[in-house]
Design a protein around this ligand. Structure first.
Ligand code: PXP
Length: 237
C-alpha cells in the first residue's frame, strides 16, 4: 500500500495564532502515528512561522517511526538538520513571502549546492528527498546530484481548473514516476492533495508515499469540533 506521511505544520500555525503552547504539534503527531500514518513531516522554515526549533527537537525525541524534516538548503538550517538527524530530509525551495511552497526545487540551477547538501546528509546517514516538478530534466538532475528519493510536486494537478488540465497533470505525474523508478529512484508525491483528489494519485503504480498536510489538519478541526464543544459544555455545566 502507498504510505502516508502527515505534515503537521498547520497544527503549529493554529498555535502561533496565540503564541502559546496549544495545540501542540508533537501531540498531534502522536495521534497521526496512532492512526496509522508512516511518517511525520514538518517544515522548519527560515522565518519559523509555524514549526520552531524546539518542536523539531521534541518531534525527534517522540517520533520512533520516520521523521521527515522538510527544509531549504540554507546553511543554518542544514546545520540544524545535521544535529537533529531525522531519518529523512526533503529539500524544498523557500521564499519568505509565499503562503506555502511554490513549485519544485530547481535542481538544475542549484545543482552544486544541492549535491553538497546531499553528500553532507549521506555522511550523517540521513536520507535526502528532493521536492521537484514532474519533469525529466529535474528527475535526471536529482539522480545525478545523488538523491535516492524524489517527491513529485502535485500542486499543478491539485489546482487544475478543468478536468482535461487535471488529467494532463495526472499523466505527467504518472510518466514521471515511471521514469524515476526506472532509473532507480524512490518516488513520493505531495502538495495540495485532499480527500477529493487523492485517489487518482494513490492509484499510480510505484509511488512509495504521499505527503499530506493542510487538508488533514483542516479536516481534523471539523471532525473534532463536536467533541471539543461537548467537552466545554460539560465543564460549564
Ligand atoms: N510536500 C511538500 C514538499 C510540501 O512542501 C508540502 C507543504 O508543506 C506538502 C507536501 C504538503 O502539502 P499540503 O499541506 O498542501 O498537503
Amino acid at each position: 500500500m502507498t504510505k502516508l506521511g502527515v505534515n503537521i505544520d498547520h497544527v503549529a500555525t493554529v498555535r502561533e495564532a496565540r503564541g502559546g503552547a496549544n495545540p501542540d504539534p508533537v501531540e498531534a503527531a502522536m495521534d497521526c502515528i496512532g492512526a496509522g500514518c508512516d511518517s511525520i513531516v514538518c517544515h522548519l522554515r527560515e522565518d519559523r512561522r509555524h514549526i520552531k526549533d524546539d518542536d523539531v527537537w521534541r518531534l525527534r525525541e517522540a517520533v520512533k517511526t520516520v521523521l521527515n524534516l522538510e527544509m531549504s538548503i540554507a546553511k543554518d538550517i542544514v546545520e540544524i538538520a545535521c544535529k537533529v538527524r531525522p531519518e529523512q530530509t526533503t529539500l524544498v525551495p523557500e521564499k519568505r513571502r509565499e503562503l506555502t511552497t511554490e513549485g519544485g526545487l530547481d535542481v538544475v540551477k542549484y545543482f552544486g549546492k544541492i549535491a553538497r547538501v546531499i553528500e553532507k546528509f549521506n555522511e550523517k546517514k540521513i536520507e535526502t528527498s528532493l521536492f521537484i516538478d514532474p519533469s525529466r530534466v529535474q528527475i535526471d538532475a536529482s539522480k545525478k546530484a545523488g538523491a535516492s528519493i524524489i517527491e513529485l510536486h502535485t500542486g499543478e494537478y491539485a489546482d487544475a481548473r478543468t478536468n482535461s488540465a487535471r488529467l494532463k497533470e495526472l499523466d505527467k505525474i504518472k510518466r514521471s514516476a515511471e521514469y524515476a523508478i526506472s532509473i532507480g529512484l524512490e518516488v513520493n508525491a505531495g502538495h495540495g492533495l485532499n480527500y477529493a483528489n487523492v485517489r487518482d494519485v494513490a492509484m499510480i503504480k510505484g509511488i512509495n508515499e504521499l505527503n499530506i498536510g493542510h487538508s488533514i489538519v483542516a479536516r481534523a478541526i471539523i471532525v473534532g469540533m463536536r467533541q471539543a464543544v461537548e467537552e466545554m459544555i460539560g465543564l460549564i455545566k
